[in-house]
Design a binder for this molecule. Sequence first.
Ligand code: DC
Length: 216
Amino acid sequence: MTHVFTIAIDGPAGAGKGTLARRLADHYRLNLLDTGLTYRAVAHAMLQVGLPLDNVSAAETAARQVDLAKLDRAVLSAHAVGEAASKVAVFPTVRRILVEKQRAFARTPPGAVLDGRDIGTVVCPDADIKLYVTASAEVRARRRLAEIESIGGTADFAEILADIMRRDERDMGRADSPLKPAADAHLLDTSEMAIEAAFLAARAVIDDALAMRNRA
Ligand code: DC
């Protein structure tokens, strides 16, 4: 049986895990899944028809309809959709439906980089590599503000920071699959690190693991 290689990347919103996941998937020629988009797709479907976000059975139906091949980042990246995603993500039944789909994706050769909140702990506990990417809330808020300003927008730093802290609290505090580093995850704190440095640090960890495997 050919081995399917899995890289699990977890961390809070805005830590840079999405960019890192994309760079690593390109470099190692693996499939890529931003699992946040699956929760966003559920939230977006509910917002579109005006369903309250605490309607669990509607959220389950929306989760069943999520098609990983049709996740539209442009539509799903809206800030309000991320907030709503964090709310529907607390329902265990919704998580179970989406996790099934995420696992099927991970099992597809040649393997994948998956990023999210519970990849190393729940979705792919046997991943070859687990990275936990973090940065202080202030640094993440500053990056978010710079991103908004770079496309001509304006925003208030204090509001962005409060938002990030609220989202962290919800993602880390929920009962089912809270955001936390897996016991065997490599921690990457990007507070003082540019994305290129994080990419190189991650590659060093992965190349080590690949060399060990080839020796075995
Ligand atoms: O990474 P993101 O901002 O696109 O994620 C949106 C929300 O989805 C996040 O606040 C919590 C939820 N999520 C989750 O619960 N588990 C994941 N594996 C990915 C995202």
